[in-house]
Design a binder for this molecule. Structure first.
Ligand SMILES: Cc1cc2nc3c(=O)[nH]c(=O)nc-3n(C[C@H](O)[C@H](O)[C@H](O)COP(=O)(O)OP(=O)(O)OC[C@H]3O[C@@H](n4cnc5c(N)ncnc54)[C@H](O)[C@@H]3O)c2cc1C
Length: 262
């Protein structure tokens, strides 16, 4: 790890101002992705701006038909939140207790790991991301592997999840890390049927063919006979692209068979 400076600002405006300094400033939340990158020298920031305790990033409240979650809310806190059971179950499936107690929703989304669990919930529920400067729709957020629509220095403040009618998440987890080999979030969401996939490709995505099939019949039976092509899917030491393709309909049906009303 190379030397760097560290600040813990008291409010959002000070954090964003600190990010305009010369060099390579980076926000730090739970450190569960950034600190390993520092240790491996994959990231070499000049300044870490600790946003984990900013009061404006700590919301966890129901606002009418939406659940508003601050960017600094940990996976553990979300796992204990009753308003969207599928989201709580997803958060509780991340990593291990230490990772869940430190890692945050905002950090996970900004990091945009292609196998991020939260990415599936963001897309699967049609959430909105509020930053220090605008609101970004979930469908516009992920641009590629570890790449998002966030501009340099843009800070995620909170995420608003519309409460779904029904939703469920199913994943096959890597036994070592907990990351999904494939994860599928299925929802009868506020704006229609949503099926989101994580872990299978370079970036999380929605499966429009499955969504259309479920529009008339929100049940596992509606997916009978549907499959996905394997060519563009990830292949690595954990799974082949054919295996991931085979998992997608299996996990979608598994999620549909346990979808619960919030
Ligand atoms: C052993 C292990 C197992 C894991 N298993 C899983 C798993 O099963 N599933 C899964 O999905 N993830 C898993 N993770 C990743 C975990 O979810 C991390 O918590 C998450 O990726 C990053 O969150 P963080 O709060 O630690 O962010 P940090 O590591 O602090 O930051 C990550 C990135 O986000 C940026 N950032 C942080 N907060 C903000 C903000 N508010 N606005 C803008 N940018 C911000 C940082 O600058 C950095 O670039 C695992 C990690 C570890 C170490």
């Amino acid at each position: 790890m190379l030397p760097f400076s560290y600040v813990r600002p008291a409010h959002v405006a000070a954090a964003v101002a600190a990010h305009t300094q010369d060099g390579e400033p980076r926000y730090l939340a739970g450190g569960q992705s950034l600190l390993p990158a520092l240790k491996l020298r994959l990231a070499q920031p000049s300044l870490l701006i600790d946003v984990a305790r900013l009061p404006e990033l700590s919301a966890l409240r129901r606002e009418g038909e939406r659940l508003v979650v601050g960017a600094a809310v940990t996976h553990s806190a979300l796992a204990a939140c009753p308003h969207i059971p599928a989201l709580a179950q997803l958060a509780g499936s991340i990593g291990d207790l230490q990772v869940r107690n430190m890692g945050s929703l905002g950090g996970a989304l900004a990091n945009a790991d292609p196998a991020s669990d939260h990415a599936a919930a963001l897309l699967g529920l049609g959430a909105e991301i509020r930053t220090d400067r605008r609101v970004i729709a979930a469908d516009d957020f992920f641009l590629g592997m570890f790449e998002t629509a966030l501009e340099p220095g843009e800070l995620i403040i909170e995420i608003a999840f519309p409460l779904p009618n029904r939703a469920a998440y199913a994943k096959v987890r890597n036994p070592a890390s907990g990351y999904p080999v494939v994860g599928i979030f299925v929802a009868e969401a506020a704006d229609g049927i949503r099926v989101a996939v994580t872990g299978a490709a370079s970036s999380p995505y929605r499966l429009s063919e499955f969504e259309m099939a479920l529009a008339g019949d929100f049940s596992a039976a509606a997916l009978e006979g549907l499959s996905v092509p394997a060519e563009d899917l990830n292949r690595d030491l954990h799974a082949t692209h054919e295996y991931r393709a085979a998992l997608i309909p299996v996990l979608a049906k598994r999620a549909l068979n346990c979808g619960r009303k919030p």
